[in-house]
Design a protein around this ligand. Structure first.
Ligand code: SAM
Length: 194
């Protein structure tokens, strides 16, 4: 894959191994509609734009929305819709074929919470599942039949809990890829709505 120009911002997640684990394993067919929750710099969506023209991204961090807009512009990518807001709130009543989320998955103690918007990038609450569980509860309402969810998390935030929850919600889910770091595995989970 050729590189993109990727500007960064102190208040926005800088693309890292987890971003590329998702970007390198996208399961998007031509013309499928894609929603990326938590686009950050927009890096994953830019890779997705090589596969389809129908992409919407959101972020709860307004600085991320602004940075993604800048990155899309500088890379000549014109037709990604950017929406500011919490999880699916900006796409009420809309459904997509593919939903992507590199989640804020780090278990975070109260004393580790940063008083800045960058906190949204990593803060998964005490067990790392604060955002993941809400996302999983809602994602089925926004996915077309035959669609796929691709989610990144850490072994520290409970892979089995995610797989069990997806099973209970009626998805066929699997760990598609992992990368080992010092004290955790970063995991890509694919879940199919049948
Ligand atoms: C780990 S970063 C991933 C950023 C980018 N997608 C990447 O892979 O480099 C998580 C992103 O999700 C966003 N985020 C966290 N909670 C969110 C929520 N409830 N709704 C929307 N976006 C959220 C953060 O602001 C951050 O940009």
């Amino acid at each position: 894959m050729a590189d993109f120009i990727i500007n960064t911002d102190d208040n926005v997640y800088i693309p890292a191994e987890d971003s590329y684990l998702l970007a390198d394993n996208l399961e998007i067919r031509q013309d499928q509609s894609v929603l990326e929750i938590g686009t950050g710099s927009g890096v994953v969506a830019m890779y997705a734009s090589r596969l389809t023209d129908r992409i919407t991204v959101t972020d709860i961090n307004f600085d991320a929305c602004e940075l993604a807009r800048k990155n899309f512009e500088e890379n000549g990518i014109e037709n990604i819709e950017i929406l500011f807001g919490n999880l699916f709130e900006p796409v009420k009543n809309r459904k997509f074929d593919v939903i992507l989320f590199n989640t804020p998955y780090l278990p975070t103690e109260e004393g580790e919470v940063l008083d800045d918007t960058i906190n949204y990038a990593f803060d998964g609450g005490l067990n790392g599942r604060k955002v993941i569980d809400v996302f999983l509860d809602e994602v089925g309402n926004h996915l077309n039949d035959g669609g796929i969810v691709q989610l990144i998390q850490s072994s520290l935030s409970g892979n089995d809990e995610t797989l069990t929850k997806l099973d209970e919600l009626g998805f066929i889910a699997e760990i598609k890829a992992t990368e080992h770091f010092f004290f955790e595995d970063i995991t890509l989970i694919n879940a199919y709505k049948i």
